[in-house]
Design a protein around this ligand. Structure first.
Ligand code: LRH
Ligand code: MN
Ligand code: MN
Length: 388
């Protein structure tokens, strides 16, 4: 796409969903460094997400994680989101923090534990009904640590059974997003370790089941953009969990470690129709900000995704396909690199100006005084839910 107004329109319509847990305190198993002004409850997490949306104009949706964001009254939480100009995005299930799940959740050898896990997933669908959330995001920590510990194929049967029960419970406008992760916390086998496993389950389940690509969940050197192109072609790419990794599931800011990889991913997204509203790819962040200030870090992550998207949109597609057709390897690669090496910050500043926003959302947030205000107002902020 090289028509600037079309590029701008695409950038204005891209929605980036931010995670409630990105606003809370987080850390590693070694230390959680508490920060002043972090939210004390899910309502304050929404208020922080609203700051990100107010300054970027493209982040009106917030993912919740249950039970981290469990509240008495979901209608009140939803109303509050609406007052802030937000919507509730994906409901993330959590079957990894209960002692009962030591040997697995939906794949546990004991049917009573499997029932408990599946009931939690069904509760998440109830919360979708109450909040208007369209997406149930499933990630399972299930797996084994030692050869022989459990029956690998048997665990797939148990997984399939639980997924089928939850799938049946989904409403017409609700879908199931199945996330994969290579390892951790299980180290020998993981029950949904890769896109192929997730894809196979989603295919059996039906059209309302799609794959989530968390960019931090692959082996080093994995070609994520290939996975993206393949899944889009099959109509099975439901969402991204964007974050950066240097080593494993680092959950660092999207586009921080490898902006070129993010660009390559966004090129496949743009090329294969993934930016179109009807394709319904949910561009979520899944990050924790352990040592940096949270709201500005989320703003930077959003703008990093936007920059990668803008570069992908600027690729001269006619020149690219002509070079590809003629087998000109260097010319094809050159077209891509020209787009990647373009400074898109002025273009994005114009887009924001046209939306009535400040040209630089990061600077505008820091100048807004919000950070000082929340630090003074909020005492005893919440931990994101893990990392202690
Ligand atoms: C697992 C994961 C998954 C969880 C989130 C907090 O590593 O990526 O998406 O829900 O982290
Ligand atoms: Mn994730
Ligand atoms: Mn992860």
């Amino acid at each position: 796409m090289s028509d600037v107004s079309a590029v701008k329109a695409a950038l204005k319509s891209q929605v980036i969903e931010t995670p409630s847990w990105g606003y809370g305190n987080s850390g590693t198993r070694f230390k959680v460094f508490a920060q002043p002004g972090v939210p004390r409850d899910p309502f304050e997490k929404l208020a922080d997400a609203a700051q990100v949306h107010a300054h970027t104009g493209v982040a009106p949706k917030v993912s919740l994680h249950i039970p981290w964001d469990r509240v008495e009254d979901y209608a009140a939480l939803t109303r509050y989101a609406e007052e802030l100009g937000l919507r509730i995005g994906a409901i993330n299930s959590n079957v990894f923090q209960d002692d009962d799940f030591k040997l697995g959740s939906v794949t546990h050898p004991d049917p009573k534990v499997r029932r408990k896990a599946t009931d939690h997933l069904l509760e998440c669908v109830d919360i979708m009904d109450a909040t208007g959330s369209p997406d149930l995001k499933l990630w399972f920590s299930d797996g084994t640590n030692y050869p022989g510990q459990d029956d690998i194929a048997g665990r797939q049967d148990r997984l399939a059974e639980a997924l089928a029960e939850v799938y049946e419970r989904l409403g017409d406008d609700q879908r199931m997003l199945l996330e994969y992760k290579l390892f951790e916390p299980a180290f020998y086998t993981t029950d949904v370790p890769d896109w192929g496993t997730s894809y196979a389950h989603c295919l059996k389940l039906g059209p309302k089941a799609q794959v989530v690509v968390d960019t931090g969940h692959h082996a080093p050197g994995t070609n994520i953009e290939f996975i993206v192109a393949f899944l889009l072609r099959e109509g099975k790419l439901g969402a991204f969990d964007f974050n950066s990794r240097f080593y494993a599931d680092d959950d660092l800011m999207a586009g921080a470690a490898d902006p070129f990889q993010l660009f390559r991913i966004m090129h496949e997204v743009v090329k294969n129709g993934g930016l179109k509203t009807e394709t319904n790819v949910n561009f979520m962040l899944d990050q924790c900000h352990n040592i940096e200030a949270k709201i500005p870090a989320v703003i930077r992550s959003v703008t990093n995704v936007q920059e990668a998207t803008a570069k992908a949109l600027l690729i001269d597609t006619e020149a690219l396909s002509a070079a590809q057709r003629s087998g000109d390897v260097l010319a094809s690669n050159g077209v891509l690199m020209d787009a990647f090496n373009t400074d898109v910050r002025p273009l994005l500043a114009e887009v924001r100006e046209e939306l009535g926003l400040a040209r630089d959302p990061f600077a505008a947030y820091l100048a807004s005084g919000n950070q000082e205000r929340i630090a003074a107002d909020r005492v005893g902020g919440e931990q994101a839910g893990w990392g202690a």
